[in-house]
Write a protein that binds this ligand. Structure first.
Ligand SMILES: [Mg+2]
Length: 187
C-alpha cells in the first residue's frame, strides 16, 4: 500500500515559533523538542513529506530568499542526519496584502507540491500545522488535518475548527501514527 503524503507547517511544528518575528538565520532555527525523532518516525510512515511555510518576512524586506534557503538547508541536513526525510520545502515569500495564491490558507503551495510529486492525492494526505490557516488549507483540499497545540493567539478560533486530530507536538502526532500503523494498518 502506498504511503500517505504528509504536509508539514514549519514554525511551531518543526521548529520553535519566533514570536512576532522571523527565522532569518540558521542560528535562529531551533528544532522543537523531539521534532527530529518525530521526523525519523514519520519518514517510515509517509511519502512524500513536504514542508509548506508562509515566510512574509521576505516580502517585508526583513530577510532574503538566500536567508530562507540557508535556514532550510540546515533543517533538511539535520533532519537527514537524524534519519528523517523532508522531500521538498515550499515557502510563500509574499506579504498578506499582496494577494498571492500561495500564502496559506490559499492552496498554491500544495498544488506546487502535487506538480512535483504527481502521486499526491489530497484525500489521502495529512496537513499538520499550528495555525488556523494550515487547517483551512488542508481542509479546503480534503486532507486530514492535525492541529499542533500552542498558538495561544488563535486558540479561540482553532477551538471551533472541525479538525480531525489535536496533538501537543509533532512527536505526539508521529507516535500516534506509529501506534496506529502497528495496531490497525496504515493511517
Ligand atoms: Mg506555524
Amino acid at each position: 500500500m502506498p504511503k500517505s503524503p504528509l504536509f508539514l507547517d514549519r514554525d511551531g511544528v518543526i521548529n520553535q515559533r519566533p514570536r512576532g518575528s522571523y527565522v532569518r538565520h540558521p542560528s535562529e532555527f531551533v528544532f522543537e523538542k523531539n521534532a527530529l525523532q518525530a521526523l525519523h518516525l514519520l519518514a517510515q510512515l509517509f511519502s512524500p513529506i513536504v514542508v509548506v511555510t508562509n515566510q512574509a518576512g521576505i516580502g517585508k524586506g526583513v530577510m532574503t530568499h538566500a536567508d530562507v534557503g540557508a535556514v532550510h538547508q540546515k533543517m533538511q541536513a539535520e533532519t537527514k542526519r537524524a534519519g528523517g526525510r523532508i522531500d521538498a520545502v515550499y515557502y510563500c515569500p509574499h506579504r498578506p496584502d499582496e494577494g498571492c495564491h500561495c500564502r496559506k490558507p490559499a492552496p498554491g503551495m500544495a498544488y506546487e507540491a502535487q506538480r512535483d510529486f504527481p502521486q499526491i492525492v489530497f484525500s489521502n494526505a495529512w496537513m499538520v500545522g499550528d495555525s488556523l490557516s494550515d487547517m483551512q488549507m488542508g481542509a479546503s483540499l480534503g486532507m486530514h488535518t492535525a492541529l499542533i497545540l500552542g498558538k495561544e493567539e488563535e486558540a479561540a478560533a482553532l477551538e471551533h475548527f472541525p479538525t480531525t486530530a489535536r496533538f501537543p507536538s509533532l512527536w505526539d502526532f508521529a507516535r500516534h501514527c506509529w501506534a496506529g500503523l502497528h495496531q490497525q494498518g496504515p493511517v
